[in-house]
Ligand binder design. Sequence first.
Ligand code: IMP
Ligand code: MG
Length: 186
Amino acid sequence: MAKQNLHQKIDSVFLTKKQIKTRVKELGKQITKDYAGKSLVIVGVLKGSTIFLADLIRCIDLPCVIDFVTVKSYEGTESKGKIQTFIDLREDIKGKDVLIVEDIADTGLTLNFLTEVLKSRSPKSLQICTLLDKPSRRKVKVRPRYVGFKIPNLFVVGYGLDYNELYRNLCYIGIFKQSELNVTSI
Ligand code: IMP
Ligand code: MG
């Protein structure tokens, strides 16, 4: 069997570890300023947001409760267009300031669905922080208050983002080789 290398199917580095670190710090600073004097419930969307969330919360200088939901609409590189899985929060968010943390806003279906679900529980406020945003792919309205990087219509992996569950552990964000997409044996 051919030797596996984590980087061999990456076409090029799109965002370096350093660029990500700098931007995450800026986002943390902005959030700290905007919510000064308050406490936050941070809702991470599993699994893609985990790496970003872990770095971001250490740049937020406020009392924070962390919770997670699982929302899945993707397989391979395409959104299936409907939400496949939903594992709920454990925290009660009624009357709280809630910030959803996501890896990427693509068609917007995931964040739109989640926003509607969480809104119905009457939080005091509800905002979205996404590391990446692909606005050109939007199918439904989603307006993240905090965006790390706006990106063109590319399929990227790393820093939490996956292709068929792999590559989340890359320290950078890379463009996946077009020729390797939709290959089942990765
Ligand atoms: P949406 O519901 O279409 O906005 O998709 C959101 C989800 O799709 C994200 O949470 C990601 O898991 C996944 N996704 C969208 N674009 C990419 C990408 O370029 N790389 C990896 N995952 C992506
Ligand atoms: Mg995701």
